[in-house]
Design a protein around this ligand. Structure first.
Ligand SMILES: Nc1ncnc2c1ncn2[C@@H]1O[C@H](COP(=O)(O)OP(=O)(O)OP(=O)(O)O)[C@@H](O)[C@H]1O
Length: 245
């Protein structure tokens, strides 16, 4: 079994003249939850776009499951599930139709599609909403559908770009618990960007991006211990003061 799911080596990116990411090197292992923290404009969404190949790196390389993403595009896209910051469900289609559309883009057979939709909707407590139009769902349920959709083809790496924004506290808590359980039960790796520091748990792997550079990659609990702080808030504030904006 390959333990390293994503390897990023000396990645650099710029929009025109503007350098946005510099010398990013990261290693993400299977079954772990990585919380990506960084202020507005730090480059989190750009990093996600590079991983899912909406953008091409200016320098450096990305390997997914041991294969270079630019040389093995289709393979790489099959390893990824993505939930973008902006909702992307079709509100006028049913939950099942939205999922079927994704499955057909992934080239999944009809039988497999039916089976996987049933499994994922059950897992997310949405089995009884399968035939409802997405428009009829509340924000928390819509997000769950988006995550179920991203998992349909059993990706190795799930990218969540501020996936809990706009959800109430209870829904966020439930989703966060659920996502970490996915890492344990399915061995899936999650890279999740957030501004909500209270969502980062001591057992998470923490990645802090500041000014387009990785300032920290360490298990959260260990990072707090080595910096002598008691909360993730304090840790993040300290990182800012020692190298941020
Ligand atoms: N298409 C673009 N063209 C030019 N500059 C861009 C473009 N997209 C983003 N940028 C700039 O690149 C930098 C990084 O943006 P990015 O959206 O990756 O940051 P972020 O960490 O995701 O921020 P946020 O938390 O606000 O979503 C910012 O300075 C932003 O203004």
């Amino acid at each position: 079994m390959i333990d390293e799911v994503l390897a990023i080596d000396q990645l650099g990116f710029q929009y025109g003249e503007k350098q946005v990411l510099s010398d990013i090197s990261l290693s993400l292992n299977s079954g772990k939850y990585y919380a990506l923290l960084g202020p507005n404009g730090a480059g989190k969404s750009t990093l996600f776009s590079l991983i899912c190949q909406l953008l091409r790196p200016v320098s450096g390389s990305l390997n997914l499951m041991g294969k270079n993403t630019q040389k093995h595009t289709r393979f790489a896209l099959k390893q990824l599930g993505i939930v973008f910051q902006q909702p992307t469900l079709d509100l006028d289609l049913t939950v099942t139709q939205n999922l079927q559309y994704h499955a057909s883009l992934q080239g999944m057979s009809g039988a497999l599609t039916r089976q996987r939709i049933e499994e994922e909707l059950a897992r997310f407590g949405l089995a009884d909403r399968a035939k409802d139009k997405v428009r009829a769902l509340n924000g928390g349920h819509r997000r769950r559908v988006e995550i179920a959709r991203a998992l349909l083809h059993k990706p190795k790496l799930l990218l969540l770009d501020e996936a809990t924004v706009g959800l109430d506290q209870n829904t966020r808590d439930a989703m966060n618990t659920h996502l970490r359980a996915l890492c344990d039960s399915e061995g899936i790796t999650i890279l999740s960007s957030t501004h909500l520091i209270d969502e980062v748990k001591p057992n998470d792997e923490l990645i802090v991006l500041l000014n387009g550079q990785v300032k920290l990659q360490q298990r959260c609990e260990e990072a707090m211990k080595s910096l002598g702080v008691e909360t993730v808030q304090q840790l993040y504030r300290q990182m800012h003061m020692s190298g941020g904006q």
